[in-house]
Design a protein around this ligand. Structure first.
Ligand code: 13P
Ligand code: ZN
Length: 327
């Protein structure tokens, strides 16, 4: 059992307070390997941005729980070694049970999400509350989800989207004691977010629902999942170098910026990093057929990720330079 404070991590409380006040979003960047973690630390360190490193249950299984605990600590130490002074939170993304949230808290995560969005309302309330009770005794923050953020994979709806009902949010937050709320306003997970032929046809997110929720919750932290932009640049590289990512569209950056002005203080990005890595590695393999040192192709992808993060923090989330406002 180790607490996040011992590992030098931060929880998300002050991050969200400052982000809401200053109208920007804290990046929630997902990682599942060493190079993505390094890219996130360097990208956010170079842009002086607070950061939430997100690990899913499948990534925990992939990388090993104990390994992740030390990698989380390693992120903090690496950040200090490089002379950065940024708050870093380690967050369980889409935890599916009380037990998985507890296991992460017990190995030093500073924030967990319990995702009960697929459950019946009362059950979602009950388990979220149980997670919040356990987490709060250890100063850990809890993100919950209401409504369903969908996921489509190659034309098939794996999870069916359901907009958050603004009428439920106050009751849910009051009864669960959660610290932030993920809402469904039209974003979805993965590379296939919109059923359109052209980027120009991407519909607006439901800002009316966001505003209604904001009206009811006041200055309460709202989280936007499924917020990758799926940059055409990387989709094209994948497709030009032997891959097939047809009709992949993400959330336009203008809409993400707008969301930060309306109470969204955390924006989750996983798919962009995955596509970027795939693009850079495909290209590298094609251009260097005789290379076989993983550091070469993974290093190229890592450098590209750093640049993407610096740009995103500055131009989309507005989190660049904000670390100094958080103690
Ligand atoms: P994307 O698939 O849009 O990157 O969503 C990430 C996310 O919501 C992680 O929880
Ligand atoms: Zn998500």
């Amino acid at each position: 059992m180790v607490s996040f404070e011992e590992l030098g991590l931060s929880n998300t409380k002050e991050m969200f307070e400052v982000a809401l006040e200053r109208k920007f979003a804290i990046p929630g960047y997902n990682a599942s390997n060493l190079e993505q973690l390094q890219g996130i630390i360097i990208g956010c360190g170079d842009s002086n941005s607070p950061v939430i490193i997100q690990i899913t249950q499948t990534s925990l299984k992939y990388a090993n729980k104990t390994m992740i605990r030390y990698m989380g600590e390693g992120c903090v130490k690496m950040s200090k070694d490089l002379g950065y002074d940024i708050p870093i939170a380690l967050h369980l993304d889409h935890g599916s049970s009380f037990e998985s949230c507890k296991a992460c808290i017990d190995i030093g995560f500073s924030s967990v999400m319990f995702d009960g969005s697929h459950l019946e309302y009362q059950k979602n309330v009950m388990i979220t509350k149980r997670v919040a009770n356990y987490a709060h005794q250890r100063n850990v923050n809890v993100e919950a989800e209401l409504g369903i953020i969908g996921r489509e994979d190659k034309g098939k709806e794996v999870e069916i989207q359901q907009y958050t009902d603004p009428e439920q949010v106050e009751d849910f937050v009051n009864r669960t004691g959660c610290d932030s709320l993920a809402i469904a306003i039209g974003t979805s997970h993965g590379a296939y977010k919109f059923k359109v032929e052209r980027a120009e046809d991407i519909p607006e997110l439901r800002f009316d629902i966001l505003q209604e929720i904001r009206k009811r919750l006041g200055k309460f932290p709202i989280v936007l999942h499924g917020a990758s932009s799926v940059p055409k640049k990387y989709v094209d590289i994948v497709n030009n170098y032997g891959g097939s990512l047809k009709k992949s569209f993400g959330v336009p950056e203008t809409q993400l910026r707008k969301a930060t002005q309306h109470g969204v203080c955390k924006i989750n990005v996983a798919t962009d990093s995955r596509i970027l890595f795939t693009a850079m590695i495909r290209k590298y393999f094609k251009e260097h057929v005789d290379h076989f040192d993983p550091r070469l192709y993974l290093g190229t992808a890592r450098q590209e990720l750093i640049e993407m993060i610096i740009r995103k923090n500055k131009e989309v989330l507005g989190s660049s330079g904000q670390a100094k406002y958080i103690s």
